[in-house]
Design a protein around this ligand. Structure first.
Ligand SMILES: NC(=O)c1ccc[n+]([C@@H]2O[C@H](COP(=O)([O-])OP(=O)(O)OC[C@H]3O[C@@H](n4cnc5c(N)ncnc54)[C@H](O)[C@@H]3O)[C@@H](O)[C@H]2O)c1
Ligand SMILES: O=C(O)C[C@H](O)C(=O)O
Length: 325
């Protein structure tokens, strides 16, 4: 058996965590031979509820769980942590855009970024799920002065998975046959799900679907899927968000074997996206590192959409500039 690693999950008493914790504990994220110590953080008012979740973790008798910490103290929750999944934040309700949560949630990520910087493993991998995820990741990265901003990522994997699912349904294929889907930009209604380079069973996806379907159905459905789920459930997506978080961290930690996945990462200027925002890019992962897929052609249609979502991220950044000191 390997030495246990520490996995911190914030918002641990919430609905995403109620699915996520059990997937991590069962080995779905880091593999069936990797023991974990769960470090669960929530606010004082939610600690009683969190106690119930911990009782259920105990009752699963997971062979891979070496310890559980439940706390309202971020320094304790991030002590030595190797993987941090920052889920805790207020979800949006019907009629809200994710950026409406900026002021409510932005402030959470300054203290959490500092606490990670002070306490986490120097190699910690951080995934921000709480919305607006890209800008919250930027805030946390900026507050974590002793860590590399590249260690902070935002979740666009749910959008990536949604895009695969829509395409598989439309073409009557399996998601397993679909490669090279990209989510560019923000986890918001401006994101750009791009299938210009996508193949299905080795064939170009664009030879199997019409441009009209891409523009009128595919892109808007993926962009608006979160809102559609809120309308149907009365609550924002939870199990699918947890599943995407597991996918994101597993791929980052264990590698993608050459497969492309989408991750929100600090822009390094690639594809003309100026640094200073956390932007969804196509990446491959190897040896615990992600790398942007380079050299892709970008046509006019794609460029226009990549710019719209970049502009929105710059506006979000401007709205919280004072938190980036
Ligand atoms: N990136 C994505 O794809 C994606 C997908 C789904 C949901 N989300 C977002 O994830 C977040 C959580 O969603 P949920 O449905 O689990 O919400 P929820 O309301 O069920 O749970 C949130 C939990 O966070 C806790 N919390 C609040 N402030 C905290 C803090 N400072 N530290 C630690 N915990 C804190 C709350 O007490 C609560 O237990 C929301 O922002 C939601 O919009 C993102
Ligand atoms: O849409 C939301 O507010 C929740 C989440 O970001 C989602 O995409 O399902």
């Amino acid at each position: 058996m390997k030495k246990p690693v520490k996995v911190a999950i914030t918002g641990a008493a919430g609905q995403i965590a109620y699915s996520l914790i059990f997937r991590v504990a069962s080995g779905s994220m880091l593999g069936p031979d990797q023991p974990v110590i769960l470090q669960l953080l929530d606010i004082p008012d939610s600690l009683e509820k969190l106690k119930g979740t911990v009782m259920e973790i105990d009752d699963c008798a997971f062979p891979l769980v070496s310890g559980v910490v439940a706390t309202a103290d971020a320094n304790e929750a991030f002590d030595g942590t190797d993987y941090a999944l920052l889920v805790g934040a207020r979800p949006r309700g019907p009629g809200m855009e994710r950026k409406d949560l900026l002021s409510a949630n932005g402030a959470i990520f300054v203290p959490q970024g500092k606490a990670l910087s002070d306490n986490a493993s120097r190699d910690v991998k951080v995934l921000v799920v709480g919305n607006p995820a890209n800008t919250n990741a930027l805030i946390a990265a900026s507050a974590a002065k002793k860590l590399d901003p590249k260690q902070f990522t935002a979740m666009v994997r749910l959008d990536h998975n949604r895009a695969i699912s829509q395409l598989a349904t439309k073409t009557g294929t399996s998601g397993n046959d679909i490669d090279k889907v990209i989510i560019w930009g923000n986890h918001s209604a401006t994101q750009y799900p791009d299938i210009s380079h996508t193949t299905i069973g080795g064939k170009p996806a664009k030879s199997l679907v019409s441009q009209e379907w891409i523009e009128k159905d595919f892109i808007p459905v993926v962009q608006q899927r979160g809102a559609a789920i809120i309308k149907a459930r009365g609550l924002s997506s939870a199990a699918s968000a947890a599943s995407a978080a597991v996918d994101h961290m597993r791929d980052w930690a264990l590698g993608t074997d050459g497969k492309w996945v989408s991750m929100g990462i600090p822009s390094d200027g690639s594809y003309g996206i100026a640094p200073g925002v956390v932007y969804g890019y196509p990446v491959t992962c190897k040896n615990g590192q992600y790398e942007i897929v380079q050299g892709l052609s970008v046509d006019e249609f794609s460029r226009a959409r990549m710019t719209v979502t970049e502009t929105e991220l710059r506006e979000e950044r401007a709205a919280i500039e004072d938190l980036l000191k």
